[in-house]
Design a protein around this ligand. Structure first.
Ligand code: CMP
Length: 139
C-alpha cells in the first residue's frame, strides 16, 4: 500500500564499522517494521542504476564508487507515513547538519558516508523496493 513503506540501505562504511545491529535496532525502536532484509555487495553498474536520477551530478561518480566499495544492507520498512517520517528519523543528508539523536548524526561521517539511505518519495520507495526485492522476499 502506497504510503506505508520506505526503502533503506545501511551503506558500506556503516556496515564495515559494525553498526548494522545498532541501526536495525533503532529502526525497530522507532516503530519501523522490517518486512524485507538482505546483505548484498553491489557492482558499480548496479549502484549506478540504483542512483540513475543523480547521473550527471558532480557527486555521482564518488557516490557509485562508494556504494560499490563493500557490502550493504537493504531493507523495506513499514510504518504509517513511512517515507516522510523516516526521512526525519534518519536526519539531514549531510551528517554535520543532522539533528542530534538521528541515525545520520550518530553513525554518519560525511555526505557520501552518511550511514543510511532513505527513499525521498512514495514512488521512489516502490521503485527502490522492487530494485532489490522480489514479491516472494517481501511477503
Ligand atoms: P542518499 O539518501 O543515499 O541519496 C543520494 C546520496 O548522494 C546521498 O544520500 C548522499 O550520500 C550522496 N551525496 C553526495 N554528495 C551529495 C550532495 N552534494 N547532495 C546530495 N547528496 C549527495
Amino acid at each position: 500500500m502506497t504510503g506505508t513503506i520506505t526503502f533503506t540501505m545501511i551503506k558500506p562504511s556503516a556496515f564495515s564499522a559494525g553498526f548494522t545491529g545498532n541501526i536495525l535496532a533503532r529502526f525497530e525502536e522507532g516503530g519501523y517494521k522490517i518486512i524485507a532484509l538482505k546483505k548484498i555487495f553491489l557492482t558499480k553498474e548496479q549502484a549506478g542504476q540504483f542512483y540513475e536520477m543523480h547521473q550527471g551530478k558532480p557527486f555521482y561518480e564518488e557516490l557509485t564508487n562508494f556504494m560499490s566499495s563493500g557490502p550493504i544492507i537493504a531493507a523495506i520498512l513499514e510504518k504509517e507515513n513511512a517515507v516522510e517520517s523516516f526521512r526525519k528519523f534518519i536526519g539531514a543528508t549531510d551528517p554535520a547538519k543532522a539533528d542530534e539523536g538521528t541515525i545520520r548524526k550518530l553513525y554518519g561521517k560525511s555526505l557520501s558516508e552518511n550511514a543510511v539511505h532513505g527513499s525521498d518519495s512514495d514512488e521512489s520507495a516502490q521503485r527502490e523496493a522492487g530494485f532489490f526485492f522480489s514479491s516472494l522476499e517481501r511477503s
